[in-house]
Design a protein around this ligand. Structure first.
Ligand code: HEC
Ligand code: HEC
Length: 234
């Protein structure tokens, strides 16, 4: 799709590590000893031991992740995000944040804390191969007035500019189309209040001035978004 540039996957770990090591050093000097920037950076430059074969991560995903995130990457638990269709670069940044204890969630911290750099790369590469899975048909009719309001807010606040005209994301930007509404709402409110740190400041800047109520409308909009509306001028 438009806006996606090729990105060498091998750079992702190094990039995540470098940026986050700086952020960690600036914000949490007392925890500096627990970060592992050197080993993470080494893995990114190709100096580490050879990674496990991709098939291993398909199996490990089925064994360790599918119970919550779904075998095909579409979880049916409202607070548990859909992973299908997420770009691998976005995934690796988030797994890194969980591993380092910077993005805080009990379940994911427990899962990620023992990850090696190869695990970060193996799981994110595997997740990057899962095709998007559309949401099941909604149980109630979609509120069209709320969708129009959400569309306007999304245009006004440049959500499409970064997340793509179809909200499918790309590179370090996540897919948000048809993600669970409850998860989207919690994420947006988390960025706004500072509870959820970003890999970059992009989202904090994007939502810090948006009223909480409008964020809920945006969550509803993205969760129910099925594609761009044709321009009325044609
Ligand atoms: C016990 C349930 C559970 C298990 C098992 C689990 N997860 Fe998660 N995962 C979650 C929840 C809940 C969240 C949302 C955390 C939050 O709200 O910050 C999440 C978030 C994530 C995210 C961030 C998604 C996003 O859109 O930002 C990734 C990536 C992820 N998990 C990958 C994995 C992988 C890989 C495994 C297996 C190695 C795994 N998870 C196992 C519950 C789980
Ligand atoms: C300047 C670019 C930019 C803009 C504008 C932007 N985003 Fe984002 N968004 C990002 C990036 C990058 C991330 C990844 C978060 C991180 O840095 O860890 C993200 C993450 C998110 C997430 C978390 C998804 C997940 O799976 O956890 C949601 C939800 C989201 N954005 C919604 C929005 C909405 C709604 C808007 C418009 C109000 C918006 N974004 C505007 C770049 C942007």
């Amino acid at each position: 799709m438009a806006g996606r540039r090729p990105y060498p996957a091998s750079c992702a770990v190094a990039l995540a590590a470098a940026l986050l090591a700086c952020a960690a050093a600036a914000q949490q000097p007392k925890k500096a000893g627990t970060a592992r920037p050197a080993s993470a950076a080494a893995a990114g430059t190709g100096g580490a031991a050879s990674p496990a074969p991709a098939a291993d991560y398909a199996q490990r995903f089925a064994a360790q992740c599918a119970s919550c995130h779904g075998a095909n990457g579409r979880s049916d638990v409202p607070g548990t995000p859909v992973l299908a269709g997420q770009p691998s670069f976005y995934v690796i940044t988030q797994l890194f944040l969980f591993r380092e204890g910077r993005r805080d969630n009990e379940a994911m911290t427990a899962v990620a804390k023992g990850f090696t750099d190869n695990d970060l790369r193996g799981f994110s590469d595997y997740i990057g191969t899962l095709p998007p899975v559309p949401a099941p048909p909604p149980s109630a009719p979609t509120d069209e007035a709320r969708m129009r309001q959400g569309q306007e807010l999304a245009q006004q606040h440049k959500c499409f500019f970064c997340h793509g005209f179809d909200l499918s994301g790309g590179q370090q930007v996540p897919r948000i189309a048809q993600q669970h509404e409850e998860y989207l709402r919690a994420s947006l409110q988390g960025f706004r209040t500072g509870r959820r740190p970003g890999y970059t400041q992009a989202m904090i800047g994007a939502v810090s001035r948006i009223p909480a109520q409008d964020l809920d409308t945006l969550a509803y909009f993205a969760a129910h978004f099925t594609g761009p509306t044709p321009t009325p001028t044609r």
